[in-house]
Design a protein around this ligand. Structure first.
Ligand code: GUN
Length: 295
Protein backbone atom coordinates (compact mmCIF):
# COMPACT_ATOMS: atom_id res chain seq x y z
CA UNK A 1 0.00 0.00 0.00
CA UNK A 2 1.32 3.42 -0.91
CA UNK A 3 1.94 6.00 1.80
CA UNK A 4 -0.28 8.97 2.46
CA UNK A 5 1.64 12.01 1.23
CA UNK A 6 1.80 14.76 3.86
CA UNK A 7 1.60 18.10 2.04
CA UNK A 8 3.59 20.70 3.94
CA UNK A 9 2.39 23.21 1.40
CA UNK A 10 -1.23 22.60 2.36
CA UNK A 11 -0.61 22.51 6.12
CA UNK A 12 1.55 25.65 5.89
CA UNK A 13 -1.25 27.47 4.06
CA UNK A 14 -3.72 26.46 6.76
CA UNK A 15 -1.45 27.74 9.53
CA UNK A 16 -0.68 30.99 7.69
CA UNK A 17 -4.43 31.67 7.45
CA UNK A 18 -4.67 31.21 11.22
CA UNK A 19 -1.66 33.48 11.76
CA UNK A 20 -3.14 36.19 9.52
CA UNK A 21 -6.30 36.29 11.63
CA UNK A 22 -4.24 36.45 14.84
CA UNK A 23 -2.07 39.22 13.39
CA UNK A 24 -5.12 41.31 12.48
CA UNK A 25 -6.44 40.80 15.99
CA UNK A 26 -3.14 41.86 17.59
CA UNK A 27 -2.99 45.02 15.49
CA UNK A 28 -6.65 45.82 16.18
CA UNK A 29 -6.43 45.20 19.93
CA UNK A 30 -3.01 46.64 20.75
CA UNK A 31 -1.81 48.66 17.75
CA UNK A 32 1.32 46.50 17.64
CA UNK A 33 2.26 45.33 14.14
CA UNK A 34 4.71 42.39 14.14
CA UNK A 35 8.08 43.48 12.72
CA UNK A 36 10.68 41.14 11.24
CA UNK A 37 14.13 42.06 9.99
CA UNK A 38 16.09 39.59 7.88
CA UNK A 39 19.79 40.23 7.48
CA UNK A 40 21.44 38.84 4.37
CA UNK A 41 25.23 38.92 4.23
CA UNK A 42 26.54 38.60 0.67
CA UNK A 43 24.69 37.07 -2.25
CA UNK A 44 24.66 33.29 -1.79
CA UNK A 45 21.86 32.29 -4.25
CA UNK A 46 20.15 29.82 -1.89
CA UNK A 47 20.24 32.42 0.91
CA UNK A 48 18.85 35.14 -1.38
CA UNK A 49 15.94 32.87 -2.28
CA UNK A 50 15.24 31.90 1.37
CA UNK A 51 15.38 35.50 2.60
CA UNK A 52 13.13 36.68 -0.24
CA UNK A 53 10.59 33.98 0.62
CA UNK A 54 10.68 34.93 4.32
CA UNK A 55 10.13 38.62 3.52
CA UNK A 56 7.24 37.84 1.18
CA UNK A 57 5.54 35.58 3.74
CA UNK A 58 5.88 38.28 6.41
CA UNK A 59 4.33 40.98 4.18
CA UNK A 60 1.48 38.68 3.22
CA UNK A 61 0.56 38.26 6.88
CA UNK A 62 0.55 42.02 7.41
CA UNK A 63 3.90 42.21 9.21
CA UNK A 64 6.35 45.05 8.89
CA UNK A 65 9.12 43.32 6.97
CA UNK A 66 12.61 44.76 6.50
CA UNK A 67 15.40 43.13 4.53
CA UNK A 68 18.93 44.32 5.24
CA UNK A 69 21.38 43.37 2.49
CA UNK A 70 24.97 43.86 3.55
CA UNK A 71 28.12 43.12 1.53
CA UNK A 72 30.00 39.82 2.04
CA UNK A 73 33.05 41.77 3.24
CA UNK A 74 31.23 43.58 6.08
CA UNK A 75 33.30 43.54 9.28
CA UNK A 76 32.19 41.54 12.30
CA UNK A 77 32.01 44.79 14.24
CA UNK A 78 29.64 46.41 11.74
CA UNK A 79 27.41 43.35 11.58
CA UNK A 80 27.25 43.31 15.40
CA UNK A 81 26.31 46.99 15.32
CA UNK A 82 23.48 46.24 12.90
CA UNK A 83 22.12 43.50 15.18
CA UNK A 84 22.38 45.89 18.11
CA UNK A 85 20.45 48.56 16.21
CA UNK A 86 17.51 46.18 15.81
CA UNK A 87 17.82 44.89 19.38
CA UNK A 88 17.06 48.48 20.37
CA UNK A 89 14.29 49.08 17.83
CA UNK A 90 10.92 48.53 19.54
CA UNK A 91 9.09 48.25 16.19
CA UNK A 92 11.11 45.09 15.39
CA UNK A 93 10.15 41.88 17.21
CA UNK A 94 12.13 39.31 15.25
CA UNK A 95 15.73 39.40 14.02
CA UNK A 96 17.03 36.76 11.64
CA UNK A 97 20.57 36.57 10.32
CA UNK A 98 20.53 34.18 7.36
CA UNK A 99 23.17 31.47 7.57
CA UNK A 100 25.76 30.70 6.38
CA UNK A 101 27.70 33.93 6.85
CA UNK A 102 31.23 34.50 5.49
CA UNK A 103 34.10 32.75 7.27
CA UNK A 104 35.84 35.92 8.49
CA UNK A 105 32.90 36.50 10.84
CA UNK A 106 32.30 34.36 13.93
CA UNK A 107 28.71 33.27 13.31
CA UNK A 108 28.11 32.26 16.93
CA UNK A 109 29.17 35.71 18.10
CA UNK A 110 26.55 37.25 15.80
CA UNK A 111 23.75 34.82 16.66
CA UNK A 112 24.38 35.14 20.39
CA UNK A 113 24.26 38.93 20.15
CA UNK A 114 20.59 38.78 19.14
CA UNK A 115 18.25 39.65 22.03
CA UNK A 116 16.82 36.22 23.08
CA UNK A 117 13.35 37.79 23.08
CA UNK A 118 13.81 38.64 19.36
CA UNK A 119 15.57 35.40 18.46
CA UNK A 120 12.86 34.01 16.17
CA UNK A 121 15.22 31.31 14.84
CA UNK A 122 15.58 30.07 18.46
CA UNK A 123 19.31 29.52 18.00
CA UNK A 124 20.38 31.48 21.11
CA UNK A 125 21.54 29.25 24.02
CA UNK A 126 18.86 30.86 26.20
CA UNK A 127 16.15 29.61 23.85
CA UNK A 128 17.85 26.23 23.42
CA UNK A 129 17.90 25.87 27.21
CA UNK A 130 14.27 26.94 27.55
CA UNK A 131 13.31 24.28 25.01
CA UNK A 132 15.31 21.53 26.76
CA UNK A 133 13.63 22.16 30.12
CA UNK A 134 10.22 22.26 28.48
CA UNK A 135 9.62 26.00 28.89
CA UNK A 136 10.05 27.33 25.36
CA UNK A 137 9.20 30.85 24.23
CA UNK A 138 10.22 30.11 20.65
CA UNK A 139 10.83 26.69 19.12
CA UNK A 140 13.39 26.36 16.33
CA UNK A 141 11.56 26.70 13.01
CA UNK A 142 12.33 23.48 11.15
CA UNK A 143 11.80 21.18 14.17
CA UNK A 144 8.60 23.06 15.06
CA UNK A 145 7.39 22.59 11.47
CA UNK A 146 8.16 18.87 11.62
CA UNK A 147 6.19 18.47 14.84
CA UNK A 148 3.21 20.39 13.42
CA UNK A 149 3.20 18.18 10.31
CA UNK A 150 3.20 15.03 12.43
CA UNK A 151 0.46 16.25 14.75
CA UNK A 152 -1.79 17.73 12.05
CA UNK A 153 -1.54 14.50 10.03
CA UNK A 154 -3.02 12.61 12.96
CA UNK A 155 0.11 10.51 13.56
CA UNK A 156 0.22 9.35 17.19
CA UNK A 157 3.37 10.39 19.05
CA UNK A 158 2.47 9.10 22.54
CA UNK A 159 4.85 6.27 23.36
CA UNK A 160 5.87 6.07 19.70
CA UNK A 161 9.36 5.02 18.67
CA UNK A 162 10.87 8.11 17.06
CA UNK A 163 14.20 7.71 15.31
CA UNK A 164 16.04 10.84 14.20
CA UNK A 165 18.76 10.49 11.58
CA UNK A 166 21.29 13.31 12.07
CA UNK A 167 22.48 15.31 15.08
CA UNK A 168 22.79 18.88 13.83
CA UNK A 169 22.11 21.81 16.12
CA UNK A 170 19.46 23.13 13.70
CA UNK A 171 17.40 19.94 13.25
CA UNK A 172 18.53 16.63 14.79
CA UNK A 173 19.29 17.67 18.36
CA UNK A 174 16.30 19.99 18.82
CA UNK A 175 13.66 17.71 17.23
CA UNK A 176 14.93 14.78 19.32
CA UNK A 177 14.56 16.95 22.40
CA UNK A 178 11.12 18.20 21.50
CA UNK A 179 9.74 14.71 20.81
CA UNK A 180 10.81 13.42 24.22
CA UNK A 181 9.17 16.26 26.16
CA UNK A 182 6.30 15.42 28.46
CA UNK A 183 3.88 17.31 26.23
CA UNK A 184 1.16 17.03 23.62
CA UNK A 185 2.52 16.03 20.23
CA UNK A 186 5.54 14.47 21.94
CA UNK A 187 5.93 11.90 24.78
CA UNK A 188 7.86 9.67 22.38
CA UNK A 189 10.74 7.27 22.93
CA UNK A 190 13.56 8.87 21.00
CA UNK A 191 16.71 7.46 19.39
CA UNK A 192 19.21 9.59 17.52
CA UNK A 193 21.46 7.93 14.94
CA UNK A 194 24.39 9.57 13.19
CA UNK A 195 27.53 8.98 11.15
CA UNK A 196 29.19 7.04 13.97
CA UNK A 197 26.21 4.76 14.67
CA UNK A 198 27.23 1.10 14.35
CA UNK A 199 24.15 -0.28 12.58
CA UNK A 200 21.86 2.54 11.51
CA UNK A 201 19.25 0.33 9.82
CA UNK A 202 18.82 -1.72 12.98
CA UNK A 203 17.51 1.44 14.65
CA UNK A 204 15.58 3.01 11.76
CA UNK A 205 13.63 -0.21 11.17
CA UNK A 206 12.12 0.12 14.65
CA UNK A 207 10.80 3.62 14.00
CA UNK A 208 7.10 4.41 14.03
CA UNK A 209 8.18 7.94 13.12
CA UNK A 210 11.41 8.34 11.17
CA UNK A 211 12.80 11.87 10.91
CA UNK A 212 15.59 12.14 8.38
CA UNK A 213 18.01 15.07 8.47
CA UNK A 214 21.14 13.32 7.29
CA UNK A 215 22.32 15.84 4.71
CA UNK A 216 22.81 13.28 1.94
CA UNK A 217 20.52 12.06 -0.86
CA UNK A 218 19.17 8.50 -0.49
CA UNK A 219 20.59 8.21 3.04
CA UNK A 220 17.44 6.26 3.90
CA UNK A 221 16.38 3.42 1.60
CA UNK A 222 13.28 1.21 1.73
CA UNK A 223 15.04 -1.66 3.55
CA UNK A 224 15.65 0.75 6.47
CA UNK A 225 11.96 1.58 6.95
CA UNK A 226 9.26 -0.29 8.86
CA UNK A 227 6.00 -1.07 7.05
CA UNK A 228 3.50 1.73 7.83
CA UNK A 229 6.02 4.16 9.41
CA UNK A 230 5.64 7.94 9.13
CA UNK A 231 8.71 9.23 7.28
CA UNK A 232 9.60 12.91 7.53
CA UNK A 233 12.27 13.98 5.04
CA UNK A 234 14.12 17.13 6.08
CA UNK A 235 16.77 16.91 3.34
CA UNK A 236 17.31 19.61 0.75
CA UNK A 237 19.84 18.48 -1.83
CA UNK A 238 20.37 20.32 -5.08
CA UNK A 239 21.31 17.85 -7.75
CA UNK A 240 21.37 18.64 -11.45
CA UNK A 241 19.02 21.08 -13.10
CA UNK A 242 15.46 20.98 -14.37
CA UNK A 243 14.59 21.75 -18.02
CA UNK A 244 14.02 25.40 -17.08
CA UNK A 245 17.57 25.56 -15.73
CA UNK A 246 16.61 25.67 -12.05
CA UNK A 247 18.36 23.44 -9.50
CA UNK A 248 16.50 20.19 -8.97
CA UNK A 249 15.68 19.43 -5.33
CA UNK A 250 15.64 16.04 -3.67
CA UNK A 251 15.47 14.95 -0.06
CA UNK A 252 17.52 12.48 2.01
CA UNK A 253 15.01 9.65 1.50
CA UNK A 254 14.88 7.34 -1.52
CA UNK A 255 11.35 8.58 -2.15
CA UNK A 256 9.52 6.18 -4.51
CA UNK A 257 10.52 2.84 -2.91
CA UNK A 258 10.08 4.25 0.62
CA UNK A 259 6.63 5.67 -0.29
CA UNK A 260 5.58 2.14 -1.27
CA UNK A 261 6.32 0.89 2.22
CA UNK A 262 5.63 3.81 4.58
CA UNK A 263 2.28 4.83 6.03
CA UNK A 264 3.00 8.55 5.64
CA UNK A 265 5.72 10.44 3.82
CA UNK A 266 6.66 14.07 3.21
CA UNK A 267 7.76 15.05 -0.32
CA UNK A 268 10.71 17.27 -1.26
CA UNK A 269 9.94 19.96 -2.26
CA UNK A 270 6.57 20.73 -0.66
CA UNK A 271 7.05 18.88 2.63
CA UNK A 272 9.02 20.31 5.55
CA UNK A 273 10.30 23.34 3.55
CA UNK A 274 7.13 25.47 3.54
CA UNK A 275 6.66 24.71 7.25
CA UNK A 276 9.99 26.25 8.27
CA UNK A 277 9.03 29.71 7.02
CA UNK A 278 5.57 29.37 8.52
CA UNK A 279 7.04 28.64 11.95
CA UNK A 280 9.29 31.68 11.60
CA UNK A 281 6.14 33.74 11.10
CA UNK A 282 4.55 32.09 14.13
CA UNK A 283 7.59 32.98 16.24
CA UNK A 284 7.59 36.57 15.02
CA UNK A 285 3.91 36.94 15.87
CA UNK A 286 4.59 35.41 19.31
CA UNK A 287 7.43 37.87 19.90
CA UNK A 288 5.13 40.75 18.99
CA UNK A 289 2.37 39.39 21.25
CA UNK A 290 4.81 39.16 24.17
CA UNK A 291 6.07 42.71 23.47
CA UNK A 292 2.49 44.00 23.28
CA UNK A 293 1.63 42.37 26.63
CA UNK A 294 4.50 44.27 28.27
CA UNK A 295 3.47 47.69 26.95
N1 GUN B 1 20.06 28.86 6.77
C1 GUN B 1 19.47 27.67 6.51
N2 GUN B 1 18.44 27.46 7.34
C2 GUN B 1 18.36 28.54 8.14
C3 GUN B 1 17.49 28.91 9.20
O1 GUN B 1 16.56 28.19 9.59
N3 GUN B 1 17.74 30.11 9.77
C4 GUN B 1 18.75 30.91 9.37
N4 GUN B 1 18.92 32.05 10.02
N5 GUN B 1 19.59 30.60 8.41
C5 GUN B 1 19.38 29.42 7.79
Amino acid sequence: MAAQVISGKKVAKEIREELKIETEKLIRDTGVQPGLVTILVGENPASVSYVTAKGKAAKKLGFNSIQENVPADISEENLLALVEKYNNDSSIHGILVQLPIPKHINDKKILYAIDPDKDVDAFHPMNVGRMVIGEPVFLPCTPAGIQELIVRSGVNTEGAEVVVVGRSNIVGKPIANMMLQKAKGANSTVTVVHTRTRDMAEHTRRADILIVAAGAPKAVTADMVKEGAAVIDVGVNRIGTTESGKAKLCGDVDYEPVAEKAGYITPVPGGVGPMTITMLMKNTLKAAQVAASKK
